[in-house]
Design a protein around this ligand. Structure first.
Ligand SMILES: Cc1ncc(COP(=O)(O)O)c(C=O)c1O
Length: 381
């Protein structure tokens, strides 16, 4: 019998937001809307779709292993050197490469409980210990990091904006942290939602503006450019580190069509502007309705909102009741937030549908909570 290594046996497979097809197979529903994975409700960038159509007939060839054309396009767009950039199958895959390239098995990854699940899954599958700090008021508390560094800490992972809270930290918080941690510790700054944050906060501390010797910045094409299904992202960092990442990344990653799509998407200014406008419209509608309903929510700098429910039980029932009515949200317990429900921005139609379902579910649940309280207090008379 094949022995399964302990670190794999104990892993829980990554569970993404429920696919529409799965829910459709389980329940007879007239309409299903999924706002569970922070995808772009406008679809893919039209320029990216055109690039795929134009290049599909070359798909029988292996792609350029250095993705030179894409790297060049990214370098030009962000005013960086091309040897400081490497592309991969999305940030998720690149996180695994970074852990492989820069840590030994006995090293630890320091990050926050209540942050992006991808870092937990990658560290654990590679047998690296995770050291988890607690959020402070639902935000990453950067000031707590230096005193929690141990001799084994090799990587510090920070998502800015953070998923699932949507919070950001400031330029000065980041710079103070960088000045207080040893040069031997690598900081990963995950900026999957940076473009949204910049639209809300022009002073957002974009990692691409820094050149620390121990900083790697990760960017994604999944959200803002609408290419989640193609799996493509990149990291930017010191040339010395990027060179090592090329040794561990898969040789022909990311795939040829994804590269072509990403190059075109970088240039699709009209789509990017529409994406930001649609995001704002959807989140504004949601925020004002949730406030009217009395649902607690956190301020956001991304393309999603975190609803803070009164308890884990309430959050689970709320999630399930929404599913029963055709609305797929994300219960973010696996991210370390058992009472959190995350909702992504949607198209106008999706947003209005979601608000209708949420209003019904939330009001039914709070009414029955009130009835239970009344019955309990009558019992006590
Ligand atoms: C903070 C953060 N980083 C990375 C990712 C994944 O990015 P990619 O699709 O490029 O792997 C996500 C996706 O939800 C995310 O929220």
């Amino acid at each position: 019998m094949i022995e399964i290594p302990k670190r794999i046996k104990n892993l829980i497979p990554y569970k993404a937001g429920k696919p529409i097809s799965e829910l459709a197979g389980e329940k007879k529903l007239g309409k299903i809307v999924r706002l569970a994975s922070n995808e772009n409700p406008l679809g893919p960038s039209p320029k990216a779709m055109q690039a795929i159509r134009e290049n599909i007939s070359w798909a029988h060839l292996y792609t350029d292993p250095a993705s030179a054309e894409l790297v060049e396009a990214i370098a030009e767009k962000y005013g960086k050197k091309s040897d400081q950039i490497i592309c991969g199958h999305g940030i998720d895959a690149l996180l695994a490469d970074i852990i492989i390239a820069f840590t030994e098995e006995s090293d630890e990854v320091l990050c926050f409980n209540g942050s992006f699940i991808g870092i937990y899954v990658n560290a654990r599958k590679l047998g690296r210990k995770l050291s988890l700090l607690e959020l402070k008021d639902y935000e990453l508390d950067l000031s707590a990091i230096p005193e929690n560094i141990s001799p084994q800490t090799r990587i510090i992972y920070l998502a800015n904006p953070n998923n699932p809270t949507g919070s950001i930290f400031s330029r000065s918080q980041f710079e103070i942290l960088m000045s207080r941690i040893p040069q031997e510790i690598l900081v990963i700054l995950d900026e999957a939602y940076a473009e949204y944050a910049l639209s809300y906060c022009p002073d957002f501390p974009t990692g691409l503006n820094y050149d620390y010797e121990n900083l790697i910045v990760a960017r994604s094409f999944s959200k803002f450019h609408g290419l989640a299904g193609l799996r493509i992202g990149f990291v930017f960092g010191p040339e010395r580190l990027v060179k090592e990442l090329y040794k561990v990344r898969l040789p022909f990653e990311p795939n040829f069509l994804a590269q072509k799509a990403a190059i075109a998407a970088l240039d699709d200014n009209e789509f990017m502007a529409r994406t930001l406008a649609a995001n704002k419209e959807s989140l504004d509608l949601m925020i004002s309705r949730f406030n009217e309903l009395g649902i607690r929510l956190l301020p956001t700098y991304a393309n999603f909102l975190l609803l803070v429910m009164p308890s884990e039980e309430f959050a689970r029932t709320f999630y399930e009741e929404c599913l029963n009515n055709g609305l797929i949200l994300r219960h973010v317990k696996p991210f370390g937030m058992p009472n959190g429900i995350r909702i992504s921005s949607g198209s106008k139609d999706e947003t209005l549908f979601a608000l209708k379902i949420i209003e019904e579910v939330y009001q039914n649940m709070t009414n029955s909570l009130c009835e239970e309280t009344v019955i309990q207090s009558e019992d006590n008379i």
